[in-house]
Design a binder for this molecule. Structure first.
Ligand code: UDP
Ligand code: MG
Length: 167
């Protein structure tokens, strides 16, 4: 079954120059990249992305982490991988959430660490299941940024919207 999954290369992955390594590892899956960009992460976006963890004691720290405040890299690389069993394949390559427990050959096992304050800096985010993937993809991407039709869309006319154009 074809699936889509959101991948984020988190600020520690960017700071450690791991983009190439991570994309090479992910290419083992033979999945297709159908969207990719570098994004700034607003507080609202980070809090919505991790809303399932908002009651956890580490919530504030993981928001700071995703926003790049721990790494002086105020951006993430966001990608959508698409194809057969995309979620399971990418989660397996990423490894367990806790980088100390992750298989040492996985991406998180290879490159992650736990900070002295206890945050799992695990270099990559992968959607956990199909409903999370849909919610997260719609949060991070607009339909026109994705080169396949993943979910139903509608045409809306927005005359009042101010957009930047090349001068
Ligand atoms: N996290 C953490 N400590 C924990 C659990 C999670 O620092 O005890 C961080 C970690 O960076 C993780 C993110 O919060 O990737 C989101 O947690 P989730 O449980 O959704 O794990 P994931 O889906 O990323 O494996
Ligand atoms: Mg998760």
């Amino acid at each position: 079954m074809s699936q889509a999954t959101l991948i984020l290369i988190k600020p520690d992955g960017l700071k450690k120059s791991l983009t190439g390594n991570i994309l090479t590892r992910l290419s083992e899956t033979k999945l297709e990249i159908v969207a990719a960009k570098i994004s700034r992460v607003s507080k609202e976006l980070a809090e919505e992305h991790y809303r399932h963890l908002k009651d956890k004691p580490f919530f504030g720290e993981i928001i700071r982490y995703l926003r790049g405040e721990l790494h002086d890299r105020h951006k993430v690389m966001a990608l959508i991988y698409w194809g057969e069993d995309a979620i399971v394949k990418c989660r397996k390559l990423a490894g367990a959430t806790n980088p100390e427990e992750a298989d040492s050959t996985s991406i998180r096992g290879s490159y992650g660490r736990i900070t002295t304050t206890g945050v799992y800096e695990n270099v990559i985010h992968v959607s956990a299941n199909e409903s999370d993937a849909e919610r997260e993809i719609k949060l991070w991407f607009e339909p026109e940024e994705i080169i396949v039709n993943l979910y139903p869309t509608k045409d809306v006319v927005c005359k009042e919207k101010k957009i930047k154009s090349w001068a």
